[in-house]
Design a binder for this molecule. Sequence first.
Ligand SMILES: Cc1cc2nc3c(=O)[nH]c(=O)nc-3n(C[C@H](O)[C@H](O)[C@H](O)COP(=O)(O)O)c2cc1C
Length: 171
Amino acid sequence: MNTVDCIATKLDIREFSQENVSPSIISIILNSARYSGSGLNTQHWRFIVIKEKNNIKKLSEDSTSGQWIVGANFAIILLTDPNYGFHLLDAGRVIQNMQLSAWENGVGSGIYTGVRDEKMRTDFKIPSNLSISAVLGFGFPKKSITGKRKNRKPLSELAYNEVYGNSKNIT
Ligand SMILES: Cc1cc2nc3c(=O)[nH]c(=O)nc-3n(C[C@H](O)[C@H](O)[C@H](O)COP(=O)(O)O)c2cc1C
């Protein structure tokens, strides 16, 4: 799958099959995170990989907007350093790289940001100097998503030619 196809076909997945994701695919996903570029090359991100079912259940209980994580095969907690003003920009880049490399290998994923911060820090021993920027859940999709269309605005609404508001002759 080339990069554009990967971006164009990937959807966020919140229902997963029971099939295990292999350690080699998990390694590909983590290395895609590691290869990502960060502001000033600070690489301030840290990743907690959660595979044990009881810990995935805890993640679900600690979530306010991602209870679906309970069905994930594994999860990754993404921590970033809020002392860097660009830390959430870095978070977005690393999230996208992990999701795309998962999808290239047939593995679906979703993210959420709503967490019960204090409880989650206690449950996963997260230090106070790092932000819990997102949680990602991974697994093979339960249902086929082939042919499902993305709900996206047309380019004419999003991109302008030379000056803001001019949507003529963009491409
Ligand atoms: C910054 C950000 C925060 C998000 N937070 C949540 C969330 O809390 N819970 C959730 O289920 N999905 C969350 N999502 C996933 C979005 O809902 C999803 O990317 C969007 O609906 C597009 O999905 P699609 O690619 O499947 O069309 C978040 C995505 C982003 C980029």
